[in-house]
Design a protein around this ligand. Structure first.
Ligand code: FES
Ligand code: FES
Length: 197
């Protein structure tokens, strides 16, 4: 019988399989933390990972898959820095357990570009200078794509309202709104929804 703490080792052309070890328990705590073999689909690739079942989707992406685009900000659902898409819906990865994300198509900022061609929202953020330090930017871009797809980009006021879950400490809000308006006006945004990128 397979030890569930061991990651799968076989790899097909379409799959990338992360190799992980469950995290050690803090000193003085029982080392027998629950570990499960999870299957997650991220940016069109299937990953099979042995993880502590309490691992968040954000930690799984960053620490186990090396996808560090989604950022850890507040780590409690208040800043939007960790925003990713799950079956086309924007979610806070810091509030989502990896085990609960199984069976969904997870899209991160790393899954948007097609080779050297940026997604129109990425390009719009560059064109409109919609960031300064850039820490919030991956979450802003993922949220902005969903905002348009949800039909909530009809005016600057509406964009501000429906992007209000994404905070920017640098105060780049005016140019973020311009970037979203630009892409919304193009009318042909590629939307990475259920089914992958
Ligand atoms: S890090 Fe997830 S909402 Fe702030
Ligand atoms: S660009 Fe710095 S926090 Fe938004």
């Amino acid at each position: 019988m397979r030890d569930p703490s061991e990651a799968e080792t076989d790899m097909s052309e379409a799959d990338h399989l992360g190799t992980v070890a469950p995290r050690a328990a803090p000193p003085g705590q029982d080392n027998a933390w629950p570990v499960a073999m999870l299957t997650l689909r991220v940016n069109g690739q299937t990953h099979r990972l042995a993880l502590d079942t309490r691992t968040t989707l954000l930690d799984m992406l960053r620490d186990h898959l090396g996808l560090t685009g989604a950022k850890t900000g507040c780590n409690q659902g208040a800043c939007g820095a960790c925003t990713v898409l799950a079956d086309g819906k924007r979610i806070n990865a810091c509030l989502t357990l990896a085990v609960a994300a199984q069976g969904q198509d997870i899209i991160t900022i790393e899954g948007l570009a097609k080779g050297d061609a940026l997604h129109p929202m990425q390009q719009a953020f560059v064109d409109h200078d919609a960031f300064q330090c850039g820490y919030c930017t991956p979450g802003q871009i993922m949220s902005a794509i969903a905002c348009i797809h949800e039909g909530h980009a009809g005016s600057a006021e509406e964009i501000r309202e429906f992007m209000s879950g994404n905070l920017c400490r640098c105060g780049a809000y005016p140019n973020i709104v311009k970037a979203v308006q630009d892409v919304a006006g193009q009318g042909d945004m590629r939307f990475p929804g259920k089914g992958g990128v």
